[in-house]
Ligand binder design. Structure first.
Ligand code: NAD
Ligand code: UDP
Ligand code: UDP
Length: 312
């Protein structure tokens, strides 16, 4: 493949750091733009000496200027704890950050990919969720800054596409996990693994009957790159995720088994607006991108557990 100049916003985060790594491996020139709110230099330390890697500490709620061929727009805290810490900032990051990435794409005639989310479906009334589903979202709840922020970002992407012919791509990412999730991230996979390894109680919110479908980060990164390089005119949105659905109780039991932990399971109140079920319909990704998540939960959890063992 010819060398491309690629911007990754949020490149020092969990998914972004794996993406930067893969893009460099493929011979590209990568600029990582990140304000290090939830990301960390540790995630990209191994890339810092690479001659085609640059780190730019910048907050994308302010405009930014680089010359580029492709932009992956990932900057945004993804864990409920982090995006609810400063919800107004989360809305700004989703909306202004997307606007600036789109302005950059327009000026450079670059292709721009938005990392959207299954949260645009809210607490879905249908399962699994196809891309055509408009969602069931509370616009005044504690998750709204993220859900509505990401929905507005999709709107901006489509308006830049229609009004300015910007070359856009949208992926809707379903729960993704793997090495480099922050220890204090608060999302379910990292919480359960850290608790199990420390022998602490495993905290299930609600009864644990709510479901999620967990995608290992390497699968997701492959899908993202395939989407970025997909045929002209295919904008998405396209769901990217693993279509195997688990209850949160099943996840807790699997983690205990794999870590051989003595931790007990305890139950805590369910947070407001917590979706009861979530599972992607991935037919479109299969058809357009020839992509399907391949790594099964046990295999992905083992790799993630090994990573957290080195951190604890
Ligand atoms: P993360 O928190 O590890 O990464 C987000 C990165 O964005 C961090 O490095 C953070 O410092 C940076 N950032 C946040 N606000 C910024 C700002 N204003 N300016 C510059 N940088 C900023 O989360 P992640 O799991 O890697 O998520 C990456 C993207 O994927 C996010 O857009 C998220 O919404 C999306 N996503 C993730 C999941 C998942 O399960 N991990 C699911 C759906 C969507
Ligand atoms: N922008 C940016 N980098 C660029 C080009 C634009 O951050 O390389 C910002 C610009 O400051 C504006 C936004 O992106 O806030 C949208 O740009 P656009 O050109 O669409 O809008 P305009 O500047 O005409 O309002
Ligand atoms: N969850 C849990 N215990 C935890 C963290 C999360 O039971 O320690 C639950 C949470 O209530 C939700 C599911 O696990 O039902 C997934 O939560 P996460 O924050 O990982 O992602 P999201 O809700 O955004 O899908």
């Amino acid at each position: 493949m010819e060398k491309k100049r690629i911007v990754v916003t949020g490149g020092a985060g969990f998914i972004g750091s794996h993406l930067c790594e893969k893009l460099l491996e493929q011979g590209n020139d990568v600029v990582c733009v990140d304000n290090l709110f939830t990301g960390s230099k540790d995630n990209i330390r191994h890339l810092m000496d690479h001659p085609y890697f640059e780190f730019m500490r910048h907050d994308i709620i302010e405009p930014y200027y680089v010359e580029t061929d492709q932009i992956y727009n990932l900057a945004c805290p993804a864990s409920p704890i982090h995006y609810q810490y400063d919800p107004i900032k989360t809305s700004k990051t989703c909306v202004l950050g997307s606007l600036h990435s789109l302005g950059l794409a327009k000026r450079c005639h670059a292709r721009v990919l938005q990392a959207s989310t299954s949260e645009v479906y809210g607490d879905p009334e249908i399962n699994p969720q196809p891309e055509e589903y408009w969602g069931h979202v509370n616009c005044v709840g504690v998750r709204s800054c993220y859900d509505e922020g990401k929905r507005m970002a999709e709107t901006l992407f489509f308006d830049y596409y229609r009004q300015h012919k910007v070359d856009i791509k949208i992926i809707r990412i379903f729960n993704t996990y793997g090495p480099r999730m922050a220890i204090n991230d608060g999302r379910v996979v990292s919480n359960f693994i850290v608790q199990a390894l420390k022998g602490e109680d495993i905290t299930i919110y609600g009864q644990g009957s709510q479901t999620r479908s967990f995608c290992y980060v390497d699968d997701l990164v492959d899908g993202m790159i395939k989407m970025m390089n997909s045929r002209d005119g295919f904008t998405g949105p396209v769901n990217l995720g693993n279509s195997r659905e688990f209850t949160i109780l099943e996840l807790a039991q699997r983690v205990i088994e794999l870590t051989e932990s003595k931790s007990r399971i305890i139950f805590r109140p369910l947070p407001q607006d917590d979706p009861k079920q979530r599972k992607p319909l991935t037919d479109l990704a299969k058809k357009e991108l020839d992509w399907e998540a391949e790594i099964q939960l046990t295999e992905g959890l083992k790799k993630t557990i090994n990573y957290f063992r080195t951190k604890i």
